[in-house]
Design a protein around this ligand. Sequence first.
Ligand code: NAG
Ligand code: NAG
Ligand code: NAG
Ligand code: NAG
Ligand code: NAG
Ligand code: NAG
Ligand code: NAG
Ligand code: NAG
Ligand code: NAG
Ligand code: NAG
Ligand code: NAG
Length: 469
Amino acid sequence: MEGFKIRLLLTVSIFLSIVNADRTVFINPYDRWQVFEGWGTSLCWWANIVGGFPDVRDKAADLVFDVNKGLGLNVIRYNIGGGDNPRHHHMRIGGDVPGFLPCRTCPYNWTSDANQRWILFAAKERGADIFEAFSNSPPYWMTNSGCSAGGQKYSDNLNSYYYDAYADYLTEVVKWYKEQGLTFRTLEPFNEPTDRFWKYFGSQEGCSYNCSAMNIIIKKVGEYLNEKGLSNKTSISAFDENKIDEEVHSERCIDNDAKSYISQYSTHTYGGTQRVQLFNSSKQDNKRLWMSEVGFHSSQSMSASINLSEAILNDMRNLKPVAWTYWQVIEHAPNGNDGNDWGLIGADFRNSTTSLDNTRLSFYGFAQYTKFIRPGYQIISSNDNDTLAALDANSKTLVLVCTNKDYISNVWDINVSMFNINISSSTAFRTSNNNETLKSLPNIWNITGGILTYRSPAQSITTWVFSLV
Ligand SMILES: *[C@@H]1O[C@H](CO)[C@@H](O)[C@H](O)[C@H]1NC(C)=O
Ligand SMILES: *[C@@H]1O[C@H](CO)[C@@H](O)[C@H](O)[C@H]1NC(C)=O
Ligand SMILES: *[C@@H]1O[C@H](CO)[C@@H](O)[C@H](O)[C@H]1NC(C)=O
Ligand SMILES: *[C@@H]1O[C@H](CO)[C@@H](O)[C@H](O)[C@H]1NC(C)=O
Ligand SMILES: *[C@@H]1O[C@H](CO)[C@@H](O)[C@H](O)[C@H]1NC(C)=O
Ligand SMILES: *[C@@H]1O[C@H](CO)[C@@H](O)[C@H](O)[C@H]1NC(C)=O
Ligand SMILES: *[C@@H]1O[C@H](CO)[C@@H](O)[C@H](O)[C@H]1NC(C)=O
Ligand SMILES: *[C@@H]1O[C@H](CO)[C@@H](O)[C@H](O)[C@H]1NC(C)=O
Ligand SMILES: *[C@@H]1O[C@H](CO)[C@@H](O)[C@H](O)[C@H]1NC(C)=O
Ligand SMILES: *[C@@H]1O[C@H](CO)[C@@H](O)[C@H](O)[C@H]1NC(C)=O
Ligand SMILES: *[C@@H]1O[C@H](CO)[C@@H](O)[C@H](O)[C@H]1NC(C)=O
C-alpha cells in the first residue's frame, strides 16, 4: 500500500515535470485584429529576368503564386520601370527594368518590359488578385542627373519641370494595363523617397524626393487619374519609406488635399520602431495599411527562416498591416547558398534553363504562413510574441503558427479552450533544421482539457490548421 502511494506520487511528479510548459499561450477569438488581404511579393528585378526564361518561368510562377504548388502569394507589386540612359551600364542583373517612354518626344513603346509583364499575368492566372504599380524612378530623361539610379551625391532627382510629365507617364501605364485587362488598385509614385539611398550610377533604379515635391506630385497623379477616368478603380498609395519612422514622418508632412488622393499607406520595415504609432495614424487617417517590402538574407540554414518568421510576427502583431509583401522571392545566387542574397529561391540569372531547385528553408518558413493564413482570414489575439493566430471568415478554421527561435526544444501549452476543435480533421506542418520542410505532423500533439501540449524542436516553425465544429 505504502509502496503503491510512493510510486503513484513519483509517477505524478515525473508526469508534471514532463508537461511543465516553457510557454503558456492563450488564443482569444473575441479580441480580433486585422482582416488580412494577403501575402505578396514585388516583381521588378527577378520578374524582369525569369519572365524571359520560357523553359522555367511556368515553374517559377507555380512556386510563387499557386497555393497548391507553392506559396500562393496573391498581392503583387509591379514596378513601372523608368528606363535608364541606354548608354549607361551600371545596373545589377535584372535592375535595368525597361521604361515605356524612351525620350521626351518618343511614342509609348508597349512592347517594352515583356518579361516582367509575363510574370504579372502569370500571377493573375494563378489567383493573384491585388495589384499595385510602383515606381522606383522616373525615366532618366526626366531626372536632374540624367540617370535613373539617382541624383548626384544622393540629391533629389525628378526635375520639377517634369512633374506633369511624370504624373502623365505613371497614369498612362495604369490606363494601358487596364485596357489589357489588369487593373492596378493602387499606384505608388515613390519608393524609399527620403532615405538618401539613391545615387547617380548606382546599381538599381531609385529617386529621392523632399516633402514639398511629394505633396505636389501626389496631387498631380491624383488629378491625372481623375482626368483619365481611372480614379474609380485606382487610387494612390504612399510612401513606401525604407523605415517605419520615416513613413510616420512623411505622412505628417503632406497636406490634407494630397492625403485625400491616398487610399493606402505602405511602409517597408527595414528599420524603425514606431509600429504602433503607424498603425494608429493609419487608423486616424482612415487609410489601408500595408507592409509592402522587406527582405532577409538567405542561406540553407534555419536561421534565415527564423529571422523571416520573427519579422512577420513583429509586423503582423504590432503594425497590423492587412498585407505583408516580400521583396524578391527569387534572386541571382550564382554561388549557391553563401547568404549574400535575399531570395527564398536561389537561381542563376545568366542561365535561361536555370534550376529552381534551390528552395531555401526561408521559402518553407514563409510557406508556413502563406499557405494557411489566407486572404479574408482575420488575425486574432494570442498573448505570445512568437505565435500568430487567425480565423477564416466563417469561423470554420483556426490557424496557429508558432516559432521556436531558441536553440533548445521547448514545451508549449496552448490554451485553445475557446474553440470547439475537430481533431480528426485538423492537420499540422513543420519546418526545421532537421530536414523538415512543411513536414506533416500527424501524431505528435494532443489537446487535453482545452490545452494543446506540444514539444517544439529547436529553431522550428509549426503551423496547425484546426477544423472547428
Ligand atoms: C520597343 O521595345 C522593344 C523591347 O524592348 C524594342 O525591341 C523595340 O526596339 C522598341 N521600339 C522602339 C521603337 O524603340
Ligand atoms: C524640394 O525639391 C524640389 C524639386 O527638386 C525643389 O525645387 C525644392 O526647392 C525643394 N524644396 C525644399 C524645401 O527643399
Ligand atoms: C465613377 O464613379 C462615379 C460615381 O459612382 C460615376 O458617376 C462615374 O461615372 C464613374 N466614372 C467612371 C469613369 O467609371
Ligand atoms: C495607439 O492608440 C491606442 C488606442 O487609441 C493608444 O492607447 C496608444 O497609446 C496609441 N499608441 C501610440 C504609440 O500612439
Ligand atoms: C538572423 O539574425 C541574427 C540576429 O540578427 C543574425 O546574427 C543572423 O546572421 C541572421 N541569420 C541570417 C541567415 O542572416
Ligand atoms: C544551366 O542550368 C541547367 C539546369 O540547372 C544546367 O544543367 C546547365 O549546366 C546550366 N548551364 C550553365 C551554362 O551553367
Ligand atoms: C512582446 O512584445 C511586446 C511588444 O513589442 C514587448 O513589449 C514585450 O516585452 C514582448 N514580450 C516578451 C516576453 O518578449
Ligand atoms: C484556458 O482558458 C480558459 C478561458 O480563459 C480558462 O478558463 C482556463 O482556466 C484555461 N486553462 C488553463 C489550464 O489555464
Ligand atoms: C470531424 O472530422 C471527421 C473527419 O473529417 C468527420 O468525419 C466528422 O464528421 C467531423 N465531426 C464533426 C462534428 O464535424
Ligand atoms: C538531411 O538530409 C541529407 C540528405 O538526405 C542528409 O545528408 C543529412 O544528413 C540530413 N540532415 C539531418 C540533420 O538530418
Ligand atoms: C496523443 O493521444 C493519443 C490518444 O490518447 C496517444 O495515443 C498519443 O500517444 C498521444 N500523443 C502524444 C504526443 O502525447
